[in-house]
Design a protein around this ligand. Sequence first.
Ligand code: IPE
Ligand code: IPE
Ligand code: MG
Length: 265
Amino acid sequence: MTIRFSSSTREVPVAAKVPRHVAIILDGNGRWAKRRFLPRFAGHRQGVESLRSAIQACVERKIEFLTIFAFSSENWRRPTEEVTLLRQLFLSALESEVEKMHRNGICLKIIGDLQPFGSRIIELVRHGVDLTAGNSRLTLTIAANYGGRWDLLQAFNRIRADPAQAGKSITESDLEKHLSMNYAPEPDLFIRTGGEQRISNFLLWNLAYTELYFTETLWPDFDSKALDAAIAWYRERERRFGRTSEQLSPASPQPVVTPTNCTSS
Ligand code: IPE
Ligand code: IPE
Ligand code: MG
């Protein structure tokens, strides 16, 4: 397995004006429905429509990676009825969307532990991932039964099980090879809809240097204009990655000092 992208804590990435990788916590489906005196599920169904248009908007804006948090490892705590309906929605979206995604040049990836979703979903995911593996217009990752802590632990456990690693210290690059998103650069822009300002156990490792954007807009109302507002906000960020503003100014480039540590003389 090879890593094509380096870590923002080891190398300073090039910050482009359009984010290469956008990661979204879609939140607010339930409140959207409640405001309309509808069952929560109506919000989730409308959320799928929003997702469809967000994918299209990302394709049009030449965003290379879109990662969506669709169901967290903590969402099993919801009422059984809601979990069952969410599972059905996932299944029917896979059944109806995969071929369209393929025709649209989208490469589908799923991260998370799929076992609890059952064999039909696992089979559909396998089919969708295999079918779209050669596409390169947009890599769409759906995080389902995903948790950032789960991801780190499964990576550590796989490293521990590798006899070649016995007795060695784990490096950043060892870990990244085993994380679920080892095929993608770190997200440039994180968006959370629905007003909460938290990560909720999403991509804990990968978001180390991501720009974090929070909006009150509920996910079913999140349209291409809302995406453009997030991208416009992102463009205004100064991505320093530990450096000073002066070092970023082309008028007065500052020398970058080689890192030292407290034991070096
Ligand atoms: C996000 O919307 C969808 C999932 C977590 C599956 P919510 O269902 O969390 O909506 P709110 O936060 O209750 O409004
Ligand atoms: C986060 O949304 C998870 C997903 C969007 C899948 P939640 O609505 O479950 O988040 P918390 O628990 O309120 O932080
Ligand atoms: Mg929520």
